[in-house]
Design a protein around this ligand. Structure first.
Ligand code: SF4
Ligand code: SF4
Length: 91
């Protein structure tokens, strides 16, 4: 079972722990599309939290090479522009 599915069954505290761990693994800050605005707002983990509140120019997305992609069974990219994995799956 994907962690994403397992997470549905987790308590809010357990979910928060997984989110915090994934946030520490997130490599968005190294992405060419990552902006100063995002940095200032400490935005990361767009695959879970959805679109950035900043204006983002599509330069590249390094999500496919992020460990979280495999761990969570993610199948999309450009989460900061297009929305979270769930949103992009139409969930
Ligand atoms: S998949 Fe992308 S948005 Fe999600 S944690 Fe990794 S780098 Fe960040
Ligand atoms: S979600 Fe993708 S495009 Fe956006 S900052 Fe993270 S790695 Fe870059």
């Amino acid at each position: 079972m994907e962690i994403a599915q397992k997470m549905e069954k987790m308590s809010p505290d357990e979910k928060k722990q997984v989110m915090m761990k994934n946030r520490s693994i997130c490599i968005c800050a190294k992405c060419p599309s990552y902006t100063t605005c995002m940095k200032v707002k400490e935005e990361l983990l767009f695959c879970s939290t959805g679109k950035s509140t900043c204006t983002v120019e599509k330069k590249a997305c390094i999500c496919p090479s992020c460990p979280v992609t495999g761990m969570m069974g993610l199948s999309h990219a450009y989460y900061c522009i297009k929305g979270s994995e769930k949103e992009q799956r139409g969930m």
